[in-house]
Design a protein around this ligand. Structure first.
Ligand code: NAG
Ligand code: NAG
Ligand code: NAG
Ligand code: NAG
Ligand code: ZN
Length: 580
């Protein structure tokens, strides 16, 4: 995400004047082409109309029509101390049940029910804390511990809305126990913060959804559009046991869901003087692969110039120096994040603003922006495929030549690329080294079980490349339709009018809601068949990555939790009123 902008550090590779003139020329040229393709427009295109191609997908504040009759409930959710205290108890109950997912849990759930018993305890607690929900919604247990709640709507022609999250949490590292200020399953609450594993990732979302639904039932809300709540139980360990999406597909079919909302994104983030809410509308791909060198061993008193470890060292240098290209394209939601920033920030460097807005018509502007984003490790991940050389193993004895060395790499694949493109880079690097040392080369490609012999094994040895795990970059959810307007508009409504009126509407300020890149692959990867609309976004002030999720001292700010409830309450009503 772009929190780390240092506005004063913008370096450009050209004088402003040159770039500006060049841009005008390019704008006029390319606008003719673009407009004739996209809009078939007969008017002479101007610079201003072209800029609209790169507009921040801004949304008006969106309130459900039922707002006036239900606003007391909303204010209660956000401001009432009794409500808050009751909510705290539900969150504490949920956090206190240890639902850790260990990497070694069996894949076959049916044959190992006893290994998942903690979820039964969790479900029992949910039934106690949400009696109305359990009376009103149909509950389906999928693959024993997956929860799918269906709140049937009166109009079956409307596509269901799907809210999701996960029940499991990341285990505690026993060695770090003494570093927790509050024991991880204490769920201590100090009036402002609630502490504990899972508080931010993501029992707050599960419990917040349920609390929102209970409040809706209490006010007599009956959905027109079906609402589904879907909670997996192994998100933290790949989601391979999660059959919820398959179950939902078996009832409703492919592309049958109005929208999916799941954890992810950045709730509120201060970028210079702008407050942004970043909704994950796409996720990078994922590629784990192995590169191994096999070579004859022998006594280390008579070595060759390069052992298998030495060759692997050269391969490592080759891979790390052969970097992936950067992109700044309209396909990537990151683009809109920067456009929204450029349009709204008053403290932005003028050159940077210009380059962002002209990036799609001026190559030099595009390059400047890419260099700017790429200069910071935290922001750079969004615009390129990354490679992390994470594991290496080889050699058995200090006086024996190594016979086998294996390197494992984790790569996150840019939205503009795909697994095949990312993988080919490694194959190319492997060829360079195989040629240099006269090694044979075997390559297994993704989506294939066959190993291709690029070069036969030699007396020196053989280099083998093979995939371990792959996931293509996700489809990208558009921000140019009314579903987005409704989602982003509800976010503004909850923050600006309900949660912080004194900070926003009272002062004429606003929240900018923008698409962005999700940070990690969640269970949403299982839902691609069900919908093109996936919002990875959890309302609330604190981004979970800053709140110790997966690490020590995980906590949430309780105000943020109440905002999840308020958002759920309003969003379900707004979607219900919409015919989309
Ligand atoms: C809410 O709980 C706090 C303790 O956390 C307590 O001091 C306060 O009196 C409670 N308020 C209400 C209205 O119950
Ligand atoms: C990956 O991208 C390349 C180039 O655009 C394309 O030819 C290929 O079909 C893509 N592969 C997949 C699996 O989408
Ligand atoms: C590869 O092998 C696995 C297991 O034998 C099989 O399920 C899969 O369909 C095969 N994939 C291809 C692309 O042949
Ligand atoms: C999506 O649909 C395809 C084609 O029917 C199927 O092979 C695949 O397993 C489905 N994906 C998931 C995650 O259910
Ligand atoms: Zn999570």
């Amino acid at each position: 995400m772009i929190e780390k902008h240092n506005v004063s550090s913008y370096n450009r590779s050209s004088s402003k004047k040159f770039n500006f003139i060049k841009s005008i020329a390019l704008v006029l040229l390319s606008s003719i082409a673009l407009y004739s393709i996209h809009f078939n427009c007969l008017e002479t295109p101007s610079e201003i109309t072209l800029l609209k191609l790169a507009e921040c997908p801004d949304a008006e504040i969106y309130r459900p029509k039922s707002y006036d009759s239900n606003k007391d409930v909303l204010y209660k959710i956000i401001n009432d101390e009794t409500f808050r205290n009751k909510s705290v108890v539900k969150m504490q109950n949920a956090v206190r049940i240890d639902t850790s997912s260990y990497d070694d849990l069996p894949i076959d759930v049916s044959k190992n029910l006893e290994k998942f018993q903690h979820f039964n305890v969790f479900h029992k607690q949910l039934r106690e804390d949400f009696p109305l929900l359990h009376q009103t919604l149909e509950l389906h247990m999928v693959n024993h511990f997956g929860l799918v709640y269906i709140w049937k709507g009166s109009d079956e022609s409307l596509q269901p809305l799907l809210l999701m999250g996960h029940q499991d949490v990341v285990p505690i590292n026993e060695d770090s126990l003494d570093q927790w200020d509050h024991p991880p399953f204490s769920a201590d609450y100090d009036g402002k913060y609630l502490y504990g594993r899972g508080s931010g990732d993501c029992k707050n979302l599960v419990i917040g959804n349920m609390e929102g639904v209970e409040e809706l039932i209490k006010v007599g809300f009956k959905p027109r559009r079906t609402v589904i709540l879907s909670y997996g139980f192994d998100e933290e360990i790949t989601g391979i046991r999660n059959k919820n999406a398959e179950f939902i597909e078996s009832i409703y079919g492919k592309k049958s869901i109005y929208a999916v909302m799941d954890e992810g994104g950045v709730s509120l983030s201060q970028v210079g003087d702008s407050t942004m809410a970043i909704v994950g509308t796409g996720e990078k791909g994922y590629l784990d692969l192995s590169l191994a060198i096999q070579k004859k061993g022998g006594h280390s008193s008579i070595p060759q110039d390069h052992t298998a470890i030495g060759m692997m060292g050269d391969l490592i240098v080759q891979i790390e120096n052969d970097k992936y290209p950067t992109y700044f394209t309209q396909y990537n939601p990151t683009f809109y994040q920067y456009v929204c920033y450029a349009e709204n920030a008053v403290d932005i460097d003028e050159h940077l603003k210009h380059d962002i807005l002209y990036s799609q018509v001026d190559e030099l502007s595009n390059l400047n922006v890419r260099n700017y984003i790429n200069s910071d490790r935290v922001t750079s991940y969004a615009i390129k495929t990354t490679q992390a050389l994470d594991m290496i193993q080889g050699g058995v004895k200090v006086n024996a030549l190594p016979e086998f060395v294996e390197l494992k790499i984790n790569s996150r694949v840019a939205l503009e690329e795909n697994i095949t493109i990312a993988y080919d880079k490694f194959v190319k690097d492997a060829k360079v080294i195989a040629d240099k040392y006269d090694l044979g080369l075997y390559v297994q490609f993704p989506y294939s079980n066959d190993t291709i012999e690029f070069k036969p094994p030699t007396d020196v040895g053989i280099l083998t490349v093979k995939p371990i795990n792959i996931l293509e970059p996700s489809p990208v959810t558009t921000a140019h339709n009314s579903k987005w307007q409704l989602f982003a508009g509800t976010t503004r409504h909850v923050y600006e009018e309900i949660a912080y009126p004194e900070k926003y509407i009272d002062q004429g300020k606003r929240v900018i809601v923008t698409p962005g890149l999700g940070t990690g692959n969640t269970d949403t990867k299982l839902y691609w068949n069900l919908t093109d609309t996936i919002y990875r976004y959890r309302p609330g002030v604190l981004p979970s990555v800053l709140a110790g999720s997966h690490g020590i001292n995980e906590y949430i700010e309780y105000d943020g939790h109440l905002q999840i409830i308020a958002f759920t309450f309003e969003y379900i009503q707004s979607v219900d009123e919409s015919d989309d």
